[in-house]
Design a protein around this ligand. Structure first.
Ligand code: AMP
Length: 143
């Protein structure tokens, strides 16, 4: 197997994120690969069905800013270059697919909760990322 060169790690900024980052860091070091982090902020309007008569720009900007700061903290902690710390707005799966292609990464790393039974039918971000990403995908089991 040839070594991976560029890895994209999807981070949800919850307290579970370090579990995914720890594994991603170890795998990237083993392969001598470049690490890129992404967090996708969901558009505020989605939560309200997009039809509330209010300008949500400021709220969206605040959420983006908070996400950038939090991702920056993780990035610094895990030695990821600033230009490899990406925050985008959209649907997580779609944005991760887009970025993986655009950045020509060869491994996408996501967390996975190992859903069982009925939960499986509801899907997950890891599932959505797997179906639609052209490169390899590593699902890190969250405990
Ligand atoms: P979930 O299936 O939503 O519980 O999320 C599992 C994993 O999907 C997380 O550990 C992350 O790797 C990824 N993920 C979920 N939401 C986001 C997000 N907004 N931005 C980036 N990655 C995410």
């Amino acid at each position: 197997m040839s070594a991976y060169k560029k890895m994209l790690v999807a981070i949800d900024l919850t307290e579970e994120a370090p579990q995914v980052l720890d594994k991603a860091k170890a795998v990237s070091e083993a392969h001598g690969a470049e690490l890129m982090l992404v967090h996708v902020v969901e558009p505020v309007g989605y939560a309200y069905g997009g039809d509330i008569p209010m300008d949500l720009t400021e709220l969206q900007d605040q959420l983006d800013k908070a996400a950038r700061e939090q991702l920056g903290t993780y990035g610094d902690q895990y030695g990821v270059a600033k230009n490899n710390q990406v925050v985008t707005v959209g649907r997580p799966e779609s944005e991760i697919h887009r970025l993986a292609k655009e950045q020509e990464v060869d491994l996408v790393i996501v967390g996975s909760h190992g859903r069982k039974g009925f939960q499986l039918l509801l899907g997950s971000t890891a599932n959505g990322v797997l179906h639609g990403t052209e490169c390899d995908v590593l699902a890190v089991r969250i405990h």
